[in-house]
Design a binder for this molecule. Structure first.
Ligand code: GLA
Length: 654
């Protein structure tokens, strides 16, 4: 079964609406509803007094309607009574402000009272619903990521640091506390990063984010284990949220989930949405080890600062299938019914304020039919010959102050590399340099790209070196391989982790001034960044042609063992980066999914099932590897086929 549905909040509506909900869900072909995400104050209106009657009726109704349930624990939003009883469990900002209730995600995961209350409501839900016939999965909490700098957090942070560093002197060394007289002589002196007079210690901030990721994970694991004990057969997940503010290392968390679930809200206007959808889907597949679930996305208007973008007709379907093509086991949305009030009342829904007689609901009905047909198909694995590295700690390390340029954008660099492959029609996976199985994972690929992989362990550097020596093709850009996992610079010339494999040495950084660029001798412009590169075995492919760097290497190529490594010193625009990555891909023998696709036409292959999406405004002519069958309609599909503007095709070859 393909999961199709989304967040359902019946507690916001009178009971007579619930029957209509189930009727409409059946009409749309909804297979699953996520229930209870923010319903703590309805489930436990007073401490220890539980009201489950309404939830019983909701689950029974859904079950009678043939709709499965992802039942959430409501712990992302404790009720007001909890706040008043336990003010010490409210999060404290870096400025020392203790937050109050009135929104959501207002809790401190390290506060004993919060953890006890979370265990209590989870235990009650598990006891009551673990064997409910509608229950398809547990959805723990919602989008873990809440930050707190309180004293309880400080205590937990110290315990975590003792485990990580062992001795206090090791921590002093790792954090370079000799700088600015920060040396600690007692663990008790260490605080979470709080407002300070000037720049904080970057290693301190980095370790805090790692700690917070593990601490939040502890909160998840505690609930997961309670739920698992109640019924080991029900899969358990939590929905990942991505964003620079989120101190969660999803690559580390993934192994603790039965199924990786991801919320993804592409927020760019126009075609950017398709690029972002592809990126989010590929990254989620990486976390999930091949399979994952799109737990939430917007059916129509997406919240973006300053403006919400509406989806074009057909876009809900294309975007949803794009996630499915990239390994998602379904397409789920926030949310089922658009609320009448509350902070997100203008967030889109499958049933909008206008009701079911609306474009979004009509499109959902068609999508439900399509998913039902696809659900009858055997959907194989995705295969890619290229992988991009993703590393949350590198992202965090590149967010601090005191960096050489305000233009440094880790996520932007990764997105740009992914976009280049996306436009060249090359399937892309993600690998995670922090994982122990890196060396083994790399063997699956012909080409690896490391955008801004700033922090690198000796083990990861060795695995990447071995990959190249064994015949792989590696692309490294400026800001990759600069520091060790603690954030200490690898000395002797950048990028310390990869000098030998790249056959270069960078001896001076020369970040570009805002809105300037630097000439390159192939006619392209270097953007944001330049630096003085010396070759030490590498051949120079492109040189800087301006400034004091005129004639110095800008892009290099180095044969290393049976493989080769490229270095890209300047920032490049999309077209230049794509040309370069195409060149490397050609040398590495990487093939596009389908050759010669027209612009804005995308193909994703899962074994012998090929999805083709036409995001453009004109018909797209596509050459398939052979004839096949339309996986939705069953009709024969010839080798040469036209996909209408805004349309899609799912073809089973053979
Ligand atoms: C997240 C949350 C939802 C909702 C949406 C809005 O996915 O889980 O509760 O706030 O964002 O886009």
């Amino acid at each position: 079964m393909i999961f199709f549905g989304g967040d359902y909040n019946p507690e916001q509506w009178p009971e007579e609406v619930w029957d209509e909900d189930v009727t409409l869900m059946r009409r749309a072909g909804v297979t699953i509803a996520t229930v209870g995400v923010f319903s703590w104050s309805n489930l436990e209106p007073e401490p220890g007094r539980f009201e489950f009657g309404w939830l019983d009726r909701v689950l029974d109704r859904l079950h009678d309607g043939g709709v499965k349930v992802a039942l959430a624990t409501p712990t992302a939003s404790p009720p007001p009574w909890f706040t008043l009883a336990h003010p010490e469990a409210m999060p404290v900002t870096a400025d020392g402000v203790r937050l109050s209730h009135g929104s959501r995600d207002t809790y401190c995961v390290s506060a004993p009272a919060y953890r006890a209350a979370a265990r209590s409501i989870t235990t009650e839900l598990a006891a009551r619903y673990a064997h409910h016939p509608a229950l398809a999965m547990w959805h723990v909490h919602n989008e873990y990521g809440t930050d707190c700098r309180c004293d309880a957090t400080a205590a937990a942070f110290r315990t975590w640091l003792q485990k990580r560093h062992g001795e206090l002197d090791t921590l002093n060394e790792a954090w370079t506390t000799a700088f600015w007289s920060q040396r600690y002589s007692d663990w008790a002196q260490i605080l979470p990063p709080r407002a300070t007079q000037y720049l904080p210690n970057p290693a301190h901030v980095l370790d805090f984010r790692r700690f917070l990721s593990d601490e939040l994970l502890g909160g998840y694991v505690e609930q997961r284990d309670l739920l698992r004990a109640a019924n080991p057969d029900v899969p358990i997940t939590t929905n990942f949220v991505q964003g620079g503010w989120v101190s969660v290392d999803h690559a580390r968390w993934a192994g603790e989930l039965d199924l990786v679930a991801v919320d993804h809200y592409p927020a760019e206007a126009g075609y950017g949405t398709e690029e972002e959808t592809a990126f989010g889907g590929d990254l989620a597949r990486g976390w999930g080890g091949g399979s994952w679930l799109l737990m939430e996305t917007a059916p129509n208007l997406v919240y973006t600062p300053g403006r919400m973008h509406a989806k074009e007709p057909g876009q809900l379907t294309r975007n949803s299938l794009s996630y499915l093509a990239r390994g998602s086991r379904g397409a789920m949305y926030f949310q089922w019914r658009q609320p009448r009030g509350g902070a997100e009342m203008f967030h889109s829904a499958i049933v909008p304020h206008a009701g079911p007689d609306s474009p979004v609901f009509r499109e959902a009905i068609g999508l439900g039919r399509t998913l039902k047909a696809l659900g009858r198909q055997e959907i194989g694995a995705n295969e890619a010959q290229v992988a991009i590295a993703w590393d949350a700690p590198s992202w965090w390390a590149l967010q601090g102050g005191g960096l050489p340029s305000a233009d440094i954008d880790y996520a932007g660099a990764v997105r740009q590399a992914h976009r280049a492959f996306y436009h060249s029609g090359i399937a892309t996976d993600f690998v995670f340099p922090g994982r122990d199985d890196l060396a083994e994972r790399l063997r699956a690929y012909k080409m690896i790209v490391l955008p801004h992989l700033y922090l690198v362990s000796d083990e990861a550097a060795a695995a990447l070196r071995e990959f190249v020596a064994g015949g792989g093709h590696l692309v490294v850009d400026h800001l990759s391989g600069i520091a060790d996992p603690a954030g200490r610079i690898r000395l002797g010339g950048y990028p310390g982790a990869f000098r030998d494999v790249l056959g270069i040495r960078v001896v001076e950084w020369r970040p570009l001034a805002p809105a300037t660029s630097i000439a390159l001798d192939n006619g392209d412009r270097g953007l944001r960044w330049s630096e003085r590169v010396e070759t030490a075995g590498a051949e120079t492919l492109v040189r800087y042609a301006g400034d004091v760097l005129a004639g110095a290497p800008a892009i290099t190529h180095h044969r290393f063992g049976a493989g080769a490594a490229w270095y890209i010193s300047p920032g490049l625009d999309d077209a230049a980066l794509r040309r370069l990555l195409d060149q490397v891909a050609a040398e590495a023998g990487v093939m596009p999914v389908l050759p010669g696709l027209p612009p804005k036409v995308e193909a994703v292959r899962r074994d012998d099932l090929i999805f083709v999406f036409n995001h453009g405004e004109t018909p797209g002519q596509v050459q398939l590897p052979g004839p096949g069958q339309d996986a939705v309609t069953g009709r024969p599909v010839p080798t040469s086929v036209t996909v209408p503007p805004g349309g899609f095709l799912a073809v089973r070859l053979g």
